[in-house]
Design a protein around this ligand. Structure first.
Ligand SMILES: O=C(CO)[C@H](O)[C@H](O)COP(=O)(O)O
Length: 230
């Protein structure tokens, strides 16, 4: 699986041109991309990156990739990031690594987003992977009740679990928020659910990426498949 992730990352690297401003995703697949990009930079390629997490910032520094922020620049040419699920409309579930808020800000500031993944992430319908929803800890019960109402309106339902870290404590995002993982099973209308979740005050962001992915690069046993957003 790791070899497939690296192959997808290598294929996406072919789209990177000298002088580009890049969004650098988070997760094991995006980490391969940062490592391969580092090799190009050491060979003379001039790019600058905005990391989507503190973990990716550390990886990029280790690999020698020059960094900036979306305070210093307001626009990126290309973001390369992984995903937890990808559907045929190139709607995504992201946030398995807990970086969905910065990932979405960076993707939205980019002209294009290339999603890199092994082909196990490709699904007919989103939802088997629990949907991460980043929330403010204040008023959590009220926020979860509002989320349940949004789920009902979108004809989905399922358990909501506060994400815990490996140490058993509540997982805290880079932004200081918590994550509720919603086990919905099947999300029939992702854009509708995305809209309903976005207007809940205690929801900072959710892991449905609608209309952000431009291209998916999927690596499988049969080779690489490149899928454009329809
Ligand atoms: O959204 C993410 C992090 O918030 C990741 O892109 C997603 O979890 C996929 O990770 P991996 O490449 O390790 O499978």
């Amino acid at each position: 699986m790791d070899a497939l992730k690296r192959q997808a990352a290598a294929r996406a690297l072919e789209e990177v041109r000298d002088g580009m401003k890049l969004g650098l995703g988070t997760g094991s697949t995006a980490k391969h991309f940062v490592e391969l990009l580092g090799e190009k930079v050491r060979a003379g390629m001039k790019v600058i990156g905005v990391p989507t997490s503190e973990a990716t910032r550390a990886d990029a520094i280790r690999c020698g990739v020059p960094l900036t922020t979306l305070d210093e620049i307001d626009h990126l040419d290309l973001t390369i990031d992984g995903a937890d699920e990808i559907d045929p409309a190139l709607n995504l579930i992201k946030g398995g690594g807990g970086a969905l808020l910065r990932e979405k800000i960076v993707a939205a500031a980019s002209d294009r987003m290339i999603v890199i993944a092994d082909d196990s992430k490709w699904v007919d319908v989103l939802g088997r992977f629990p949907l991460p929803v980043e929330v403010i800890p204040f008023g959590l019960a009220a926020t979860q009740a509002a989320m349940a109402r949004a789920f009902a309106k979108a004809s989905v339902s399922g358990e909501m679990l506060i994400r815990k870290g490996k140490d058993g404590h509540v997982f805290v995002t880079d932004g200081g928020h918590w994550i509720v993982d919603a086990h919905l099973g099947r999300i029939g209308d992702p854009p509708r659910l995305a809209g309903l979740l976005s207007v809940i005050p205690g929801v900072v962001e959710h892991g449905l990426f609608i209309g952000l992915g431009s291209v998916a690069v999927l690596a499988g046993a049969q080779g690489i498949r490149v899928v454009e957003r329809p």
